[in-house]
Design a protein around this ligand. Structure first.
Ligand code: GLU
Length: 398
């Protein structure tokens, strides 16, 4: 076989695959409502676009240092200090081509062949695959039921082995929307320090949080944690800048410098123009962030109510991010046009093919009983999608 064994064992991103399929159907003139991608529907704020246009006009179109321009890394340090109580030097910060890329670089820098990486279920689709690309072994941890979908210190202890290198935490979580409290994170930090492992803390949804929940970075909590944590964040979600591909990470200097070494051989720097736009996002007016969160919150309440009003669907209220992750498994075993719905993939296929609503199967997130719907789209679209789902489920037969 032509393709390397390592790459043969990874799966393509299911979130991107479904989004592409929905876009292709739209291009064919099919009226699809897509609740698939985790991508804010708002335009990038004008001040940010202007900063990019200025950068182009001023000829800021050449290579930058591989880890990103100093001004942006300084602005990121200020952000960490202001929002998370974390003091970093710019040498402990790297700017990469999106949060996904920052995560990948951190995994490559930390994980050796055969190392185990603990990933709580449900997880974002790319974590296990990126660990596999690095030659590591993802160890998927199912939280005990009493804690809902949150990992307890006991859960974490039970997953540790002599090969454990890293724990990946994502709060607010994609896909579940859970947000860990300060105390919950502090208790996990104690176990991490005791075990001498590292944490990759994916905080990309930090700003998208509701009902008075508070985001807290595990790196800031217990003495010694900052040396054990790589914090990943970015501008994509908070500033509606998914296409600009700017993510960043902060952590121990040795880890960040290893990530910089990989990046220098891999992509050189992230786009110079997008870096200038990200600088404006972090240092310019912040009012657009609040306006987006208010809109997400209205959509969140609406979609949760609609889903829970459908018989057989149970949808917890997310505290953060812009996804709902309902359990739809009571429909498994039902038939449509003679075809049996066996799992979340069949369920989403039915919704897409028959009802023209695109959602992501929970199987991609390690939880086949559920599906993920993104509410980062207009209320009008969400209403249309919910009407179709409600209607469609009535057509299923036992
Ligand atoms: N993080 C978003 C999602 O989960 C964007 C797509 C991706 O990169 O997976 O939908």
């Amino acid at each position: 076989m032509l393709i390397s064994r390592n790459i043969q064992r990874i799966k393509p991103s299911v979130t991107l695959a479904i989004t592409a399929r929905a876009k292709a159907m739209l291009a064919e003139g099919i009226d699809v409502v897509s609740l698939s991608a985790g991508e804010p529907d708002f335009d990038t704020p004008q001040n940010i676009k202007d900063a990019a246009i200025r950068a182009i006009n001023q000829g800021f179109t050449k290579y930058t240092p591989a880890t990103g321009i100093l001004e942006l890394r300084k602005a990121i340090c200020k952000k960490f200090e202001r929002d998370n109580g974390l003091a970093y030097d710019p040498s402990q910060v790297i700017v990469s081509c999106g949060g996904k890329h920052s995560i990948y670089l951190a995994i490559l820098a930390l994980v050796d062949e055969g190392d185990e990486v603990i990933i709580p279920r449900p997880y974002w689709v790319s974590y296990p695959e990126q660990v596999r690309i690095a030659g590591g072994n993802p160890v998927v941890l199912t939280p005990t039921k009493e804690n809902g979908l949150k990992v307890s210190p006991q859960d974490l202890r039970s997953a540790l082995t002599s090969r454990t290198k890293l724990l990946i935490l994502n709060s607010p979580s994609n896909p579940s929307g859970i947000v860990y409290t300060r105390d919950e994170l502090a208790a996990l930090a104690e176990v991490v320090l005791e075990a001498g492992i590292y944490v990759l803390s994916d905080e990309i949804y930090e700003k998208i949080i509701y009902d008075g929940a508070r985001h807290c970075s595990i790196a800031s909590l217990v003495e010694g944690m900052v040396e054990r944590t790589v914090v990943v964040n970015g501008v994509s979600k908070s500033y509606s800048m998914t296409g600009w591909r700017i993510g960043y990470a902060a952590g121990p200097e040795a880890v960040i410098s290893a990530m910089g070494k990989i990046q220098s051989q891999e992509t050189s720097n992230s786009c110079s123009i997008a870096q200038m736009a990200a600088l404006e996002a972090l240092t310019g007016p912040q009012d657009s962030v609040g306006a987006m969160i208010e809109a997400f919150d209205r959509r969140r309440r609406y979609i949760v109510d609609r889903l829970n009003s459908i018989e057989g669907i149970s949808c917890p209220v997310p505290q953060g991010a812009f996804y709902v992750f309902p359990d739809v498994s009571s429909y498994y075993g039902f038939f449509h046009k003679g075809k049996r719905i066996e799992d979340s993939v069949d369920f989403c296929e039915f919704l897409l093919d028959e009802m023209k609503v695109a959602c992501v199967p929970g199987a991609g997130f390690g939880m086949d009983t559920n599906i993920r719907l993104s509410y980062a789209t207009s209320l009008e679209n969400i209403e249309k999608a919910m009407d179709r789902i409600e209607e469609g489920l009535k057509k299923l037969q036992r």
